[in-house]
Design a protein around this ligand. Structure first.
Ligand code: SF4
Length: 244
């Protein structure tokens, strides 16, 4: 089926971003690790928390001195080393396959060159690696290389639908491309960071805190949540015990 990569948001994405920046603040972008480290770390974060992935990544770096040693390691041993990151039996061969593919394509364990490519070309290169999807590619490009890619995680996907930035039927893969084009390139990273902060602190999955939300007056779901979470009126009991 043809991807639906266009959607007219119900509210200005830049207005949303301005409001969220005012609410949560923004420290700007700085690289947190090399592009290859970011890519492999992001694979480890799949279906687990960042803290579990960090423990697994650190254990892997401590046990294997180079990426070449990781490729040649016994896969079961590697799986045991990264066990704390979850799904280790799937992630271990995936990490080895990615590293081997990079070595075969580039002749070295290094992917910083992606920062010099147009965004779409860099994304295509990454997503053609085994087990690398749009989110993993976008995290690598945005966080390590400062490129205007928009990783869409569960928080952003949920909030995007609630506010009306994407459609209720927009797929996660399409959301990456749609949301990435909603703000100027230089603000895409901030857009990602602010929506994550909003999902963690206010627009929570189970019970969003709409009454203290900076977007309440522009959010497409605010009135629906207000009705759903409306407290029942207190009814004074009568002597018979039945409410009046
Ligand atoms: S008003 Fe409620 S549903 Fe809308 S963004 Fe804010 S917290 Fe989320």
């Amino acid at each position: 089926m043809k991807a639906k990569r266009r959607f007219t948001p119900r509210v200005s994405p830049e207005l949303i971003l301005d409001r969220l920046e005012a609410a949560y603040g923004f420290e700007g972008w700085s690289p947190r690790m090399t592009a290859l480290d970011e890519l492999l770390f992001t694979v480890l974060t799949q279906h687990t928390s960042d803290s579990n992935a960090e423990i697994a990544f650190t254990a892997m770096r401590e046990r294997y001195p180079t990426w070449g040693v990781v490729v040649e390691a016994d896969t079961t041993e590697l799986a045991n080393t990264i066990r704390s990151g979850g799904l280790a039996n799937q992630k271990a061969p995936r990490l080895q396959a990615i590293l081997l593919e990079i070595l075969q394509r580039r002749g070295e364990f290094e992917i910083e060159f992606l920062g010099g490519l147009p965004l779409e070309e860099a994304r295509k290169w990454l997503t053609s690696l085994p087990g690398v999807g749009p989110k993993t590619a976008a995290v690598t490009l945005a966080f390590s290389l400062g490129m205007p890619a928009m990783p869409v995680d569960t928080h952003i996907y949920r909030i995007g639908k609630r506010i009306g930035l994407i459609g209720m039927k927009t797929s996660v893969d399409d959301a990456h491309v749609i949301m990435e084009r909603q703000v100027p390139e230089e603000r895409v990273y901030a857009y990602h960071v602010q929506l994550i902060a909003h999902g963690r602190q206010t627009c929570k999955a189970i019970r969003p805190l709409c009454d203290r939300c900076a977007l309440q007056d522009v959010c497409a779901s605010a009135s629906a949540f207000a009705v759903a979470f409306k407290k029942p009126k207190y009814k004074r009991p009568t002597r018979s015990g039945k409410p009046l």
